[in-house]
Design a protein. Structure first.
Length: 95
């Protein structure tokens, strides 16, 4: 299983903690894509292509819902793309 973690730039630290928690909880059996993780998008790569490829390969999208997300255009695009490709979208509200 692969999870795409969608988040606003301001929520990158929380996204990293979520990714680490998933990795520890599932002992590496569940793969995560978090665009803020070091090495997730390499220098010189076309970042939009990487995002769409990772979305295509993911089983679901976990969206970190926060006040910052409201102005994050790419988060909205990722949600729409996931829905259009019949991926499960799981909102996770941050307080």
């Amino acid at each position: 299983m692969k999870i795409f973690i969608s988040h606003a730039n301001e929520d990158a630290v929380v996204a990293g903690h979520l990714e680490a928690l998933i990795n520890v909880t599932y002992d590496g059996a569940v793969e995560c894509f978090n665009s803020s993780s070091i090495g997730s998008i390499r220098g010189g790569e076309e970042w939009k292509s990487v995002l769409f490829k990772e979305l295509d390969e993911s089983d679901c999208l976990v969206v970190l819902v926060s006040p910052s997300m409201a102005s994050a255009g790419w988060v909205k695009l990722e949600i729409g793309y996931a829905i259009a490709h019949q991926k499960e979208v799981i909102p996770l509200r941050l307080f």
